[in-house]
Design a protein around this ligand. Structure first.
Ligand SMILES: [Zn+2]
Length: 444
């Protein structure tokens, strides 16, 4: 494949950054138009679906010749998150400037480089008259950063046939967990917000004796929830550990339900980050993040409440979370508590795709071609992506790109939704090649 025009791919990325599709309000139509123009110039026709004023989504398709499984580049989003402190950036955040071999700007990494790479790979396949077995679809969407209401979710609700696909690839995969071990996200945890309210007896704080103070109940609830032993599973740890190069003893210990608690205790002393990762991968988690109660120092409050950020494993729903919150509270508090769901929808359920299919094999082969001796390490992600909608629509979805191994993972985690977002030109090149090769491998 040497018809890769890297300069053109970079120019497209710069244009997408400069178009400044900050969500809210999004205004993604500007980026959609840029992509439409890019594709049209190459003789590719596409469909644009307007979902709201100045907002829209784009689909291009190379029809498959047989009734074979289809593949999607995307759903890939062209909106970006706002800038908090522009003066902390080394370059103006919407400049798309090139500095130190990297393209800088809001959205460079999340996820405009992947959009540019997918558009370019799609155009290359089109120009060489690639005849895929199943359809190859390019799906560019709006509004991922605010929940997908006008983007992927809107497309699936309004144009489900356009979004019907067997396998989709989107943000983010292909970064090293250790030498030549490339992460592939194959699912994601879900999330709900719960509010626990306790009532008591209000009154003057100068005569507190015998008064039923809800702040005391909330305090006890926080401690009980924090200490609660949530049931756990090693199902989502297994694919990670088995492919990450751990030795036999480590593998056996970490993936055994019997030893996991002990391993976490030991890890917690010298490797807190890894312990926290394994902990979150093995169970639904509760984190108390907001506490309320009382307005005035001399008044006993009548109510007090806490908000709990709850992250669910793929097969669990809010009933599961509430059942365990009540167990954690114990009989007395459980009888008194009022639980309200403050954030929940079908869309933030967890989801996962299988790992034993031809598509996963094709991803392995593709990485192998570009990174000799590489293996993939499947991982459940903790945050939500548009792939959850694809899974709900009956498809499978994976995070797939190929990150320049010279980019430290710490650089990536620090800059996502933060200052000085940037992507190396090598990453743009590798990802474009990976997309192209993957389509050939799976649909060729
Ligand atoms: Zn993103």
């Amino acid at each position: 494949m040497d018809n890769l025009n890297l300069d053109e791919t970079i120019a497209l990325l710069q244009e997408l950054i400069r178009n400044k599709c900050v969500n809210p309000p999004g205004n993604e139509m500007v980026n959609i138009k840029s992509i439409e123009e890019f594709l049209n110039k190459k003789g590719i026709s596409c469909k644009v679906f307007q979902s709201a004023k100045n907002r829209g989504n784009l689909i291009a398709r190379i029809k498959g010749s047989e009734n074979s499984p289809s593949m999607m580049f995307g759903p890939s989003h062209v909106d970006v998150v706002p800038i908090e402190k522009p003066n902390e950036w080394h370059v103006p955040p919407f400049s798309g400037e090139i500095k130190d071999g990297k393209v800088w700007g809001r959205g460079a990494f999340d996820m405009l480089f992947l959009v540019a790479a997918q558009c370019q790979a799609f155009a290359m396949l089109h120009s060489e008259k690639f005849k895929p077995k199943g359809d190859l679809i390019l799906a560019i969407v709006a509004d991922e950063e605010a929940g997908g209401t006008f983007g992927c979710k809107w497309m699936i609700d309004n144009h489900p046939a356009e979004m019907k696909v067997s396998y989709a690839v989107s943000e983010f995969g292909g970064f090293e967990i250790s030498k030549n071990k490339l992460i592939i996200p194959y699912g994601e945890k879900g999330g709900i917000g719960l509010r626990l309210t306790f009532r008591g007896e209000s009154g003057h704080a100068s005569i507190p004796f015998g008064k039923d103070n809800p702040i005391e109940k909330v305090s006890e609830a926080v401690i009980r929830i924090n200490k609660y032993k949530m049931p756990y599973t090693t199902k989502y740890i297994k694919p990670l550990v088995e492919n990450s190069g751990a030795n036999f003893i480590q593998r056996t210990l970490i993936t055994s339900k019997l030893f996991l608690s002990l391993i976490l205790k030991i890890l917690c002393k010298n490797s807190k980050t890894e312990a926290a990762l394994l902990h979150s991968l093995s169970r639904t988690t509760f984190a108390t993040t907001i506490i309320r109660g009382g307005q005035k120092i001399n008044v006993l409050p009548g109510t007090s409440s806490i908000d709990i950020d709850c992250r669910l494993l793929p097969e669990q729903d809010y009933n599961y979370a509430i059942k365990h919150i009540k167990k954690a509270l114990g009989k007395k508090l459980a009888e008194e508590v009022e639980i309200t769901i403050i954030e929940d929808s079908l869309e933030n359920r967890g989801s996962e795709s299988p790992l034993d299919n031809d598509f996963v094999e094709a991803m392995k082969h593709t990485f192998h071609k570009l990174v000799p001796n590489s293996t993939i390490v499947p991982l459940i992600a903790f945050g939500a992506t548009d792939l959850r909608f694809i899974r709900r629509n009956g498809g499978n979805g994976y995070g797939f790109s190929l990150i320049d191994p010279k980019t430290p993972n710490s650089e990536i985690t620090e800059m996502i939704h933060n200052k000085n977002e940037r992507v190396s030109i090598k990453t743009i090149e590798l990802t474009t090649r990976a997309m192209y090769e993957l389509a050939k491998e799976f649909l060729g």
